[in-house]
Unconditional design. Structure first.
Length: 258
């Protein structure tokens, strides 16, 4: 099987780019999440590393997590594996940046929300469409209100709508928007060269721990509760299972409001 995470050292190893490598959709399935967790766990002792970058192979960042792995009998294991990535990133305390082109949906968008910085180009499209399948996104339910405020986050999550990069910038969860992918790369490199490379890696990590202290405590305290709500309550409903089934069967869902 082809490796689902490509590793690209940049700036003499001070930045590590991790590429989601399963085009065209770069779906975050169990294999990709396992590969990603393995790579991240190997970074704890990389003392000179100043940033982890995430991007997607091909035209899209990620279509999100595997819907087939959201079915009731797999949901608990899938969420536990996915959420472990967030705990590991929190514990690493290494600054993170997402470079987004194309579709960035569901679990893919949740991964970017965990990042300190999101740079996008004009092709980028962001969305948490889980509600259209009768489910909700646990990490986004926590992270999006922290990033853009409760009011804007609630409208975004309830609607399930997909927004372009410019609106994502106005909402406040995208930091920079470039016109093309080449300009996106250039913008990210210029930011790193100006603001990151001149600084101490150890000081950067301690600063990350400091300004994310409350953020990290909230993540570790709350994400488990959201996971339980999803597995124990949501997946016990007819409509959540119907939404997942209808997507996999490529038909319209039949809601029973139960």
């Amino acid at each position: 099987m082809a490796r689902k995470i490509l590793i690209e050292p940049l700036f003499d190893g001070q930045v590590l780019r991790l590429v989601l490598n399963a085009p065209k959709g770069n779906v975050l399935d169990a294999d990709m999440m396992s590969d990603l967790e393995h790579v991240l766990e190997g970074l704890y002792n990389q003392q000179h590393l100043k940033m982890i970058q995430f991007t997607g192979s091909g035209d899209h960042f990620s279509f999100g997590a595997s819907v087939a792995e959201h079915v009731r009998e797999k949901a608990a294991d899938m969420l536990a594996q996915f959420h472990q990535l967030f705990y590991t990133l929190s514990d690493l305390a290494i600054p993170t940046m997402a470079l987004v082109s194309g579709q960035c949906l569901g679990g893919g968008m949740e991964l970017t929300l965990m990042c300190n910085l999101i740079f996008a180009d004009s092709t980028a499209r962001f969305g948490q469409p889980e509600i259209t399948l009768g489910v909700f996104p646990p990490p986004a339910s926590l992270l999006l209100p922290l990033k853009i405020g409760q009011t804007s986050a609630e409208e975004f999550l309830l609607s399930g709508r997909i927004v372009k990069a410019d609106e994502a910038y106005k909402l406040g969860f995208v930091n920079r928007v470039a016109e093309t992918k080449a300009e996106l790369e250039q913008s990210a490199s210029e930011w790193i060269e100006k603001y990151l490379l001149p600084k101490s890696a150890s000081s950067i990590r301690l600063a990350q721990k400091a300004f994310r202290l409350s953020f990290s405590k909230t993540l570790k305290k709350t994400l488990g509760s959201l996971e339980e709500l999803y597995v124990n309550d949501l997946m016990a409903t007819h409509d959540a299972n119907e939404g997942i089934a209808s997507f996999l069967e490529k038909r319209q869902p039949v809601w029973e409001d139960r």
